[in-house]
Design a protein. Structure first.
Length: 273
């Protein structure tokens, strides 16, 4: 595990807290506003950052993030621009872990070694390649290891024990627990799903000490609290962040503060929008 992820999750564990990891797309809705949004994430108490590089066919993402990706690409914001922006983000905070979510074509277009070298130079700690099967992770693992970057993997209740073993043999940073089957977006409560997630978490805990953070449908305090009851170490929220950014910057700031407070186990004076 990278030093930043290790230190941050150790700090949270000692404080009996959980990780709040907001997500947004690099360069959305434009470079200046993107940097401002990410700066506010840090200032409002984000434990770590998960930042996407826009891709034309983001198969893991729901309509909100898909539209943001389309708009970002249409604006001319490139992968090169994304790495430049990441360098600026790293200058805002030297200690916060930064993970990026990409699709494999983006990595291949740059070249695997070049991509991970660029990520290291930009201050990135982890890379999640959403459409790279665990069985093919050996294609990128040497480059990631050589550059001191953790590979972050998706896991879900349908992950087989064999695949889980493959993932745990290469995983670093944290495991991205898919809290519902499908794409990113708003989550509906399901006792059956919660039980399946809890069983998966128990399996992981028996095999590994890597932290587990839940995403795909985390949009409210209630969602986060339910995931904490199930046993995760943190939550990732993306679609809700972009929705609020589209409507009200003030509401977005309140959302950051509220979710950060929930993860710290403290009360917050204003309700979520």
């Amino acid at each position: 595990m990278s030093k930043r992820y290790e230190e941050r999750f150790n700090q949270l564990k000692k404080a009996n807290g959980k990780a709040f990891i907001p997500f947004t797309l690099l360069g959305w809705p434009n470079k200046d506003k993107s940097l401002k949004m990410i700066k506010e994430m840090i200032e409002c108490g984000a434990s770590a950052l998960e930042l996407g590089i826009a891709f034309s066919d983001p198969v893991a993402d729901g309509p909100v993030i898909q539209k943001a990706a389309y708009d970002t690409i249409a604006s001319g914001f490139s992968v090169h621009d994304a790495f430049d922006l990441l360098k600026e983000i790293r200058q805002l905070d030297e200690s916060i872990p930064i993970g990026i979510l990409v699709y494999f074509n983006t990595v291949l277009a740059k070249g695997i070694d070049t991509f991970f070298s660029l990520a290291k130079s930009a201050g990135v700690d982890g890379v999640l390649i959403a459409d790279l099967p665990a069985e093919s992770a050996h294609e990128v693992h040497p480059a990631a290891k050589a550059n001191g970057i953790d590979l972050i993997f998706l896991v879900s209740p349908v992950t087989t024990p064999t695949r889980l073993d493959i993932i745990l043999s290469k995983a670093g940073g944290f495991l991205y627990l898919v809290s519902r089957l499908g794409v990113t977006g708003i989550m509906e409560r399901s006792a059956e799903r919660d039980l399946a997630l809890n069983n998966l978490i128990k399996q992981i805990r028996q095999r590994s000490s890597v932290p587990i953070c839940a995403g795909f449908g985390i949009s409210s305090r209630a969602d986060a609290e339910r995931m904490f009851e199930i046993g995760v170490d943190g939550v990732i929220s993306g679609s809700r962040v972009i929705q609020l950014a589209q409507s009200s910057q003030r509401d977005l700031q309140e959302y950051y503060k509220e979710m950060s407070a929930v993860c710290q186990g403290v009360a917050f004076s204003k309700p979520l929008p």
